[in-house]
Design a protein around this ligand. Structure first.
Ligand code: B1M
Length: 220
């Protein structure tokens, strides 16, 4: 792994957003996740490498520390802020520039859940793959998904959840969608979700990562 990609991972893990950010004090006056990501891409490091080896690796480290009681919610918030600063530079590399969309995907993080980094990555990759993405954001109730599937006939729906307490809300959302549009393809994903759960709640498919989601939609 190149040094700059490792530096990006450290900035995400430590919540160093940009050069002039005062936090964390020991990284003062050093480039942050935003500047380093821009530089890595300008240097020709593949976007996929920056994403996996820098952004996702850094976020996994802080997540592990949180599980071990060595990091706390403010650390997660700073890491999320650094991740977003880096994603701004990555997004154009995943934009396909295609004018004809392959289809429309309505995506959102389910009710009760505020985690949006994974959902944003999926949205970015789907857009890059030529899909029109309608992002409903976070904490999205069933009614908003229902409204969107009526507004975009024939669309597919992507549901994301990061909490064991919110993944259960997927079932009600799927039921509500199918009541108005029975044939709607509903993809589910997020760290606590798996294939067995997807089947149990009658989702069309489970995607463990953005590429699988894109491959699935391309194949349908
Ligand atoms: Co929270 N959080 N968090 N958190 N957080 C987790 C999820 C947790 C596992 C941490 C832990 O305990 N180790 C834990 C959940 C435990 C559980 O339910 N089993 C947890 C908790 C408990 C909480 C709070 C309850 C903490 C508290 O307040 N006491 C609280 C809940 C708030 C709420 O939602 N109501 C909370 C809050 C937060 C922050 C706001 C501080 C922040 C989120 C900021 C944001 O998203 N804007 C945060 C963060 C950053 C995390 C961790 C550290 C990182 C999540 C992340 O972004 N990962 C996380 C621990 C961890 O994952 N290691 C944790 C990186 C991202 C790229 O991965 O989201 O999994 P992920 O997405 C992947 C795949 O899952 C997949 O593709 C993505 C790319 O590969 N994917 C899909 C996701 N959605 C998909 C949809 C698809 C297909 C694939 O199709 C539609």
């Amino acid at each position: 792994m190149s040094a700059i990609v490792e530096q990006i991972a450290i900035c995400i893990e430590r919540g160093k957003v940009k050069r002039d950010a005062p936090y964390p004090p020991d990284l003062k006056d050093q480039d942050g996740a935003g500047e380093l990501t821009r530089r890595a891409l300008e240097d020709g490091i593949p976007p996929g490498t920056v994403l996996a080896g820098g952004l996702i690796a850094g976020m996994s480290r802080v997540g592990r520390k949180y599980s071990e009681g060595k990091a706390f919610v403010p650390d997660l918030l700073m890491a999320a802020k650094a991740m977003k600063a880096a994603m701004v530079h990555l997004k154009p590399y995943f934009d396909s520039g295609e004018t004809h969309h392959r289809g429309t995907v309505v995506i959102g993080t389910v009710q009760g859940d505020l985690h949006d980094i994974g959902k944003n990555l999926v949205a970015m990759m789907l857009e890059g793959g030529g899909f029109k993405v309608i992002d409903l954001g976070v904490d999205v109730p069933a009614g908003k998904f229902v409204q969107a599937v009526q507004e975009y006939p024939g669309c597919a729906v992507g549901l994301s959840a990061l909490l064991t307490t919110t993944m259960v809300n997927m079932e009600g959302i799927i039921k509500a969608i199918r009541e108005v549009c029975p044939a709607t393809i509903v993809l589910v994903g997020g760290a606590p979700v798996n294939g067995g759960f997807a089947q149990k709640i009658s989702a069309t498919a489970y995607a463990p990562d953005p590429q699988t989601a894109l491959d699935y939609l391309n194949a349908t």
